[in-house]
Ligand binder design. Structure first.
Ligand SMILES: Cc1cc2nc3c(=O)[nH]c(=O)nc-3n(C[C@H](O)[C@H](O)[C@H](O)COP(=O)(O)OP(=O)(O)OC[C@H]3O[C@@H](n4cnc5c(N)ncnc54)[C@H](O)[C@@H]3O)c2cc1C
Length: 416
């Protein structure tokens, strides 16, 4: 089979890219190892994702926000605190002149919306699922890979291969791109939890000595809890019976949202920063977690990966029949994404390290910082704009334009 673009990985980011490429007349193949509705799907699992306003805008442009919105909870207030200390900050969307800072959605809902739309356009985007990409060989003239499925093995040739295959990317390895890995020595334990009163759209981030604890509003009135603990405590928290877990969570979080009364299935994620040395190489582009997998503290990983996908779609649309995998085109893509990527990585990593620090004096500085932050409107406005990205050109899809539109790349839009 001959295609122009082979996307390996149809998780949150790869599926979004494939959808962005429909209607361009480009021959695109999407290969995904695990069926989207399967319980074993690693991207569309029990987690919830906080989508920023730019991501909402991209999903609107892709025509799937109407599917997502009924099951999304708007974040109207953000409350940040440091366990056992006096400082806290409260940010209200209304004070920033925006309706919401973002929206919390279950990954399964995102997966269902993305794949429903992709299936409706399967005439335009070739879908291989469940199927694995294997034996990836990259050369100056093109990419060869084998698609392995129950139907057998099929050879594919492509002008460009896109690595959307997650933090342990095999495409990245085939392209000989090194990745640095920094272990945060933390494990996130994720669960949905109900309280004895409905939420008011506030998202809480509480920094504790073992790591951050996020309590995010969900569309059904309950909360998505991301509780970060040290690796040696993770097995214990996972094995607690429901009432012991709820008591332990209440001790850790306090009573701001009322009494925790019910908890669903718990799942754990070891937390690391994985960062590829470069996002492009010969006939290869890395996006999403294959390019950079982040700590979830600031809810930025998918939002950043979606901007990777939207910008890559734009680059492919602009090729206008010329070689999509030409080196100068890939270099331009890497440059477009560099500022946003390094800004988000630095911001997220810095936040984890600042609040993990046990050095004398840092705790007090942190709390003064939070208090000052609470009092300083410009600082709050800056944070409110984090969801739009950290600079560089804003993808057309995030500006409500078609991916193949003619707008220039130099018009920043901070996504209110
Ligand atoms: C606890 C937690 C909470 C988070 N919360 C947020 C949040 O609130 N906001 C936010 O923006 N981000 C959040 N993130 C980050 C977000 O989940 C990731 O950035 C996102 O999942 C990355 O998507 P991806 O498609 O790049 O990679 P993945 O989700 O890893 O998907 C990769 C896909 O590739 C497929 N695949 C792999 N190898 C092959 C192969 N050889 N052939 C075919 N298919 C293959 C896999 O089956 C999978 O479907 C969170 C992360 C964690 C751990």
């Amino acid at each position: 089979m001959d295609v122009e673009v082979a996307i390996v990985g149809g998780g949150m980011v790869g599926a979004s890219l494939a959808l962005s490429l429909r209607g361009l007349g480009v021959r695109v193949l999407l290969i995904e190892g695990v069926a989207p509705g399967s319980a074993a799907q690693p991207s569309f699992d029990d987690r919830t994702t906080a989508l920023g306003n730019a991501s909402r805008r991209i999903f609107e442009s892709l025509g799937i926000w109407n599917e997502i919105e009924p099951q999304a909870a708007a974040i109207r207030t953000i409350h940040v605190s440091d366990a056992g200390r006096f400082g806290f900050a409260r940010l209200r969307a209304s004070q920033q002149g925006i309706d919401a800072f973002g929206y919390v959605v279950a990954n399964r809902v995102l997966g269902a919306a993305l794949w429903k739309k992709l299936s409706a356009h399967s005439g335009e985007i070739l879908l291989k699922v469940p199927a694995k990409a294997d034996e990836i060989e990259i050369s100056d003239s093109g990419v060869r890979l084998t698609v392995v499925s129950d139907a057998g093995r099929e050879d594919v040739q492509a002008r460009l291969v896109v690595a959307a295959d997650g933090a342990h990317s095999s495409v990245r390895a085939a392209a000989d791109i090194e990745a640095g890995v920094e272990d945060y020595d933390q494990v996130a334990i994720v669960a949905n939890v109900a309280t004895d009163r409905p939420h008011d759209g506030t998202a809480y981030e509480r920094f504790t000595p073992s790591g951050p604890l996020a309590v995010l509003p969900l569309f059904d009135g309950s909360y998505g809890v991301i509780w970060t603990v040290r690796p040696d405590a993770a097995a214990e928290v996972l094995s607690l019976d429901d009432s012991s877990y709820l008591r332990a969570l209440q001790d850790r979080f306090g009573w701001r949202v009322g009494k925790f009364v019910r908890v669903g299935r718990r799942a754990s994620y070891p937390l690391k920063l994985t960062r590829a040395a470069t996002t492009v190489a010969t006939r290869t582009v890395l996006i999403g977690n294959a390019a950079q997998a982040l700590h979830p503290v600031a809810g930025q990983g998918f939002n950043l990966g979606l901007r990777d996908a939207a910008m890559l779609a734009e680059m492919i649309a602009d090729a206008g029949g010329a070689d999509i995998g030409a080196p100068e085109r890939l270099q331009s893509f890497a440059q477009w994404r560099a500022t946003d990527r390094s800004g988000v990585v630095r911001f997220t990593d810095g936040l984890v390290k600042l609040f993990a620090s046990q050095q004398p004096g840092v705790g007090i500085l942190r709390n003064l910082g939070l208090l000052m932050f609470d009092l300083a409107p410009p600082a709050k406005s800056a944070l409110a704009r984090v969801s739009a990205g950290f600079g560089g050109p804003t993808p057309r899809l995030a500006r409500g334009l078609a991916v193949g539109g003619t707008a220039a790349h130099d018009e920043p839009d901070l996504g209110s």
